[in-house]
Each structure stands twice: as structure tokens, then as C-alpha cells.
Design a protein around this ligand. Sequence first.
Ligand SMILES: [Zn+2]
Length: 549
Amino acid sequence: MRSLWSALRWGGLNSVIGSALVIVGLLAGLSPLALSREQGEALQNEQDLKAYPSYESLYSDLRALQQKYRGIMQIVVIGHSHGDDGDVNRTADNRDIIAVKISDRVYLENDGMPQEEPDILFIGGQHSREWIAVEVPFLLIKYLVENYGKDRKIRDLVDHSEIWIIPLDNPDGYEFSRNDDRLWRKNRRNNGDGSFGVDLNRNFPYELGIDWSAPLPPGSLTSLSPDSELYRGPSALSEPESQAIQAFVASHHFQTAINFHSYGQTILYPWGISGADAQDETLFENISTKMAQLIQGAHGPVYRPSKSFNSEDSSGGAYLKHGELSDWLYGQGVLAFTVELSPKTYAEGGFELPADKIQSTFQGFLPAALYLIQAGMERLPKTPASGVTRTLDEALDLNGNHYLDDNELLLLVDYWISSEVVPGTGQIVDDDKFFYYVDKWTSKKRLTPEQSPQAAVALMLDRTRITYQKSGLRLEVVGAGIAEIDFQLFNLAGQRLMRRLEPGSALEFSAFDEAGSRLANGVYLYRVIAYGARGDAIQSQVRKFIILK
Ligand SMILES: [Zn+2]
């Protein structure tokens, strides 16, 4: 125990020394007082360009996450961008539009079971200059996969839904905004009249399909002029970025969705096209109000829930919007919200949210994003299980209600397929290293939580023990009421080498770390979290064991 703590302390001290050196370096290099306004802005731009990832680095960050969390995260290319017609040195014709799926048994639709899991959708980056609206969905992906093994609430959300996140719908415009024109909004189609781009959030056809060239009513925040920022395109779904979403949505059954934009701190819902009440007006109102409350409850900023068109709104809401994605999604049956992220005002940065506000903007909105997943799960009524096939989650549901019937055998198949997507091509290359395992669980009686032998016994963790066997190492957790254990192995520097979450109170493991290297002789540290049948948990002390071969 002491070794771990001192290792951590030393690690911490090193990074403190590191940042002190950086600060000293900065002070020596330049005096902040000597910066002109232009220099200040240039410095700000430089910091923003570093903090907000390029398309390429976003893609590679996602691939790295998928590599690490491939059991619960899958990258899918759902289409390609139009390509930047204005780029004379064009290196790639178009760019991949990436969707990320997060779910347990991620390579199987609905876990490979007949019951449907609710699909949830997050989309970002329709508008090029709204960089925070790319970063927030990216950080949401990261948060979900990194906390899956640590936070039971996250695990419940991920296990019982299929979360899809498209962080960047308009990669061409985004890159153009980074490299050429910071305030670019549209995609990069050449309109043929010297102007470029279609406003992707005006390109959707709901209630517009009949005559796309018909005049719009006065007061519409949508335009027929190609050189307008709000140009809706030559026809409905004319843009490949919109078609990708259309096809993707058609092949899923989404319950709830957020379309991320900035700025304004609002949570908007249909109908933007007319201002009429949606059929689900009350539900929209309840969910958006709850999201705003959760954000404020977590000490986040004030978000205002509102109908997308609101004639009493003095800050831009009092305009009709024709062709918005959220209206179209709602037309497809999805409860869809347009979220205008921070900041609230132009004075606070407008579309150019400073890099040092990224984390707080994400953290502030996070409870609302998690609630949207929850709301999607609640919207899809749970159908009773049919036949004898049940998922592991149901069999061991830590809320306690589902146990297998007598003589039922649960067959669990997990596919862990490692696949790589070649950037710019959308081609998927399987590395052939896919493997699967099948587990059989002996049956248990179907019992109420009160009758369940595990739930009847209060959770207790007495001691843990690692023993050596011919086949490998065996961890036993001695106690009472233990339904599941979380085993974590560290080296003396406090780095985690292995983590296993398994039902029951014992597990076997071999002397290899997660990267596949054999553990060298030496001293290791481990700890165990025991979960009871109702999700309560006890953590063991950090313990030592020695490998000597
Ligand atoms: Zn926008």
C-alpha cells in the first residue's frame, strides 16, 4: 500500500516540477504585458488550433480509443463529404463521415438478441465554425468508454442502449474554418456562381419536399441564394453530408437525439419550420427542462429550453427555420433537440469559444447528455423476454429482478473484432485477429430480489486471496452476497496492468498484462471491488502479491 502511494506521490511531484519549468520558460521567453491586441488574438488562435483537433487528429484519437476499448466501441464510416471544391491543392476528394457506436457487445446489433435495445443519436459539426460542437460529442465518446469500467451508472447506460455519436458531419467545412476562414459555416460545394457551400442544417426535406424552389415565407432564417450563409442547397438532401445522415437514420430506430451547435446555451425542439406545437410538445418540454435543470444542478451554466421557433424570443429564436435536421429527425419519429452550446453571448467568444472553456463546457453539459440516453431508454418500452434466451445483463441485472429459470442455459457470445478504417477511403481492413469466447452459465431459479440468495445476504468482503494453479492464477474473494467482482492489477509505479470484471466471487487469470506481455518476476499490487446483487459495492484494501518463476 505504501509503495503505491509513494509511487503516485512521486508521479504527481514530477508533473508539478514539469509545469513549474514550463511557467518559468514562458516568463523568460516573453512578457505578457508586451502583447498587442493583434498578438493576443494570434496567440489565442494558436492555442485554439492546438486544443481543438484537426479532422485527421480527431480520427486518429478515435482509432486509438477504439483500439483500447474495442469491446464497447466501434468506428463506422457512414458516408463521405462533398469534398472542398475551393481547394486547388486538393489532396483527398472527400473525407470520411464517421459514426461511433458505443454499446456492450458492440459488434452485434441489439447484442445479437431478439429484443431491441434503444438507439440514441448525437450529431456534431454540421456548421464548420462551431468547433465546440465537434469537441463535445468527441469528449462524450471518450467519457463513456473511459468510465464504463469505473462507473456503474455509465455501464448501465452503455449496456442497455446502443449509443451512436457522429462528432463531425462537415469535415471539409471544419478544415476550411481551421485553415482559411475561421467563421466559415457551410460545406464546400462549388455552387457554380462563384459562391461556395450549402448550409447543412437547412438541407433536410421535412415538409419541404414538394417544391424546393418555391419562395419561403418572410422572416425565414433559410435562404434560396447560393451566396447566403443560410443557403439550403439546390434540392432537398442534395449534400452527401445530409444523405449520409438520412441513410444512417433510416437503418436504425433512434429514440432520442441531440444535434450539437453553438452558441447561445439553448435546448431547442420542433417545430422550427412553423412554430406549431409538436405532437410530443409536453415530452419535449419535460425532457429539455430536465436537461437544463441537471446542467445547473451540476454547477453548469444556464441553458434555456425552448421551442425552436418562439415568437416571443428576442435572441434569434423568433425566426422560422426551413430544413433543419431536428425537424426532419422528429418527422422520422425521433425526439430530437438542437443544442446551442456555450458561450451564451458573442461577447464571451461567440463561435470562437476559447480553448480553456472546452472542458467546463463539456462537463457542464454532460449530465444532460447522459439524461438524453436515459430518456431514450425510457421511451422504448421493455418487451418481456421471449423463449429461453436472455442476455447476461438480464440474468445478472444488478437491480436484481432477472434470474434464469430452472434448467435454462444462457449462452453468451462476445465478438471482439479488431478492425481498422483506412483514412480517406472508408475501407475497412479486418486484421484477422478476431476471436470470440463462449461462456455457459448454469441456471439459477427465477427469484425476486428479496428471495435471491445473493440479495438476501448483506454484501460483505472478508478477504481476498490469490493462489497459483497449473492453469494460471486464481483470485478468490471471500465474503457474503457477492454478485460480481472487479479485479485490478497494478505494478509498483501504480500503472494498471490488467482489469477484469466478472460475475461470481472468483476468477482465473494468467500472468500476462493487457498488452499481452508476460509479467516479470516481482511484486505487484491489486485491489478488488465486490458488487452486491443490488449494485452496492465494497472496495478491498490494496494488496500485494509476488510472482516468482
Ligand atoms: Zn450551427
